[in-house]
Design a protein around this ligand. Structure first.
Ligand SMILES: *Cc1c(COP(=O)(O)O)cnc(C)c1O
Length: 422
């Protein structure tokens, strides 16, 4: 372990959280689009990417769109969410899981997180159906590429006659009981955003086994043009179709998905081994049921090893303490060395924009405990319902997980994290 006094050089270039990795075929397909003038939302690359994704994921239909967010919007529309209707939604996720519900006038109700996979807690979901039995749509994300408790969540949704929309934006290539994420919902979304495991720089897809649904999305995403000699419109349209240029990049990336997953898994395993003597846990998964894509490696600092940390709406403070640390200290230290980490995605029920929305934990309203955490006095709240998402946000962080990071660089990062606990 290195001492504070030892001089470590800053990483140059920076070690990223997760950045695009190109291989060469991408430019060939983009070039092809260019040379044949198929520089639009029609072309061979789009057709081929849709075919390849269906084959890889095991769904019947894939519709190429401009973003994962657009795919989620189309999914919410397909599910028939009407203005004022409540929709259950993962709480610890990126805002793009939630916002499309609001685009359609729906009202997200957030479901707390479990500790086993950091995804939607089935017990909290069951509780939510007791509170709001009329809810018909549930949006489920697989955080950081780790599949959630699919069987349990699906059983509950089936029992209550609710449709699942799966947000597999972060989990492309991850499997649950041998099946790919993106096949468990009725309407599902993947993303090719620049930080995802494979990328087109942007782009996304709606996945479904429902032919009629796929056809609707093809029409809606190209401005809902009717089959007529002129521009004829009977429905609201969107400009959401994938570009043939972006599709060229994605087409070149798809053959490298498994290779990226293997690299990400090696990064996860190296961190796990490197931290075995530290009071931290890696982001967990159910190794019997699922194989994540290991998109991001994260750690959770054990409660007894947390130094004092206070977070406001936009900044954070901590008090250094011998033998203890916290996400703020670790992230600041990583930044000093030009390595990019990130706090855990801040739970949606904690976001100012969604502060008035419902939030269901397995044992009641988690806000009391949450507010105690913000005040830094969680001990004053013994017996308060426990808000797990807020706890993971408070104690957890995402580590540099770029697949171009070398083992040597990662070893230095491991030493930097260790030094925080000295
Ligand atoms: C990235 C992401 C999205 C959105 O995908 P875009 O292609 O960036 O629109 C949706 N949900 C989750 C969980 C994501 O991480």
């Amino acid at each position: 372990m290195f001492k504070e006094s030892e001089q470590i050089e800053k990483f140059e270039p920076k070690v990223w959280l997760s950045s695009p990795t190109m291989h060469g075929e991408e430019i060939k397909y983009v070039q092809e689009a260019y040379e044949t003038n198929w520089m639009s939302t029609v072309g061979a690359n789009i057709n081929e990417v849709e075919r390849l994704v269906c084959k890889k994921i095991g769904c019947k239909y894939a519709v190429g769109l401009s973003a994962g967010t657009a795919a989620l919007h189309m999914a919410v529309k397909l599910a028939g969410v009407k203005p004022g209707e409540k929709v259950f939604c993962s709480d610890m996720t990126f805002s793009a899981t939630v916002n499309p519900i609001v685009y359609e006038g729906g009202v997200p109700v957030f479901i707390d997180t479990e500790y086993d996979t950091w995804n939607m807690d089935p017990e909290a979901l069951e509780k939510a159906f007791e509170l709001y039995p009329d809810v018909k749509v549930v949006v489920i994300a697989h955080l950081y590429g780790t599949p959630g408790k699919v069987d349990e969540l699906r059983d509950i949704c089936e029992k209550h006659g609710a449709v699942i929309i799966e947000d597999a934006a972060e989990s492309m290539g991850a499997t649950y009981k041998g099946l790919q994420t993106g096949t468990f919902g009725k309407y599902n979304a993947i993303s090719f955003n620049g930080n995802k495991i494979i990328t087109g720089f942007s782009g996304g897809m709606l996945l479904t086994d429902d032919k009629e649904a796929a056809e609707k999305v093809r029409k809606w995403s190209t401005q809902s043009r009717e089959n007529a000699p002129w521009y004829q419109h009977e429905e609201l349209g969107y400009n959401y179709r994938m570009s043939n240029v972006i599709a060229g990049v994605v087409r070149g990336q798809i053959p490298h998905l498994e290779e990226h997953i293997a690299q990400k898994k090696a990064i996860y395993d190296r961190y796990k081994e490197g931290f075995k003597d530290l009071p931290v846990q890696m982001n967990p998964y159910d190794s019997e049921k699922s194989e994540p894509n290991f998109w991001l490696s994260c750690i959770l600092v054990n409660e007894e090893a947390m130094c004092k940390q206070v977070r406001g709406e936009k900044d954070a403070l901590y008090v250094p303490e011998h033998g203890k640390s916290c996400p703020t200290e670790i992230l600041e230290k990583l930044a000093e060395y030009n390595a990019e980490g990130r706090p855990i995605w801040k739970p949606m029920h904690m976001q100012p924009i969604y502060r008035m929305n419902g939030f269901v934990t397995r044992d009641g309203d988690g806000r009391a405990r949450t507010n105690a955490y913000i005040a830094g006095s969680e001990k004053d709240c013994d017996g308060c319902p426990f808000d797990k998402g807020m706890d993971i946000f408070y104690r957890g962080l995402c580590l540099p997980s770029d697949n171009k990071m070398t083992a040597e660089q990662q070893n230095i990062i491991i030493e930097i994290v260790k030094s925080c606990f000295q």
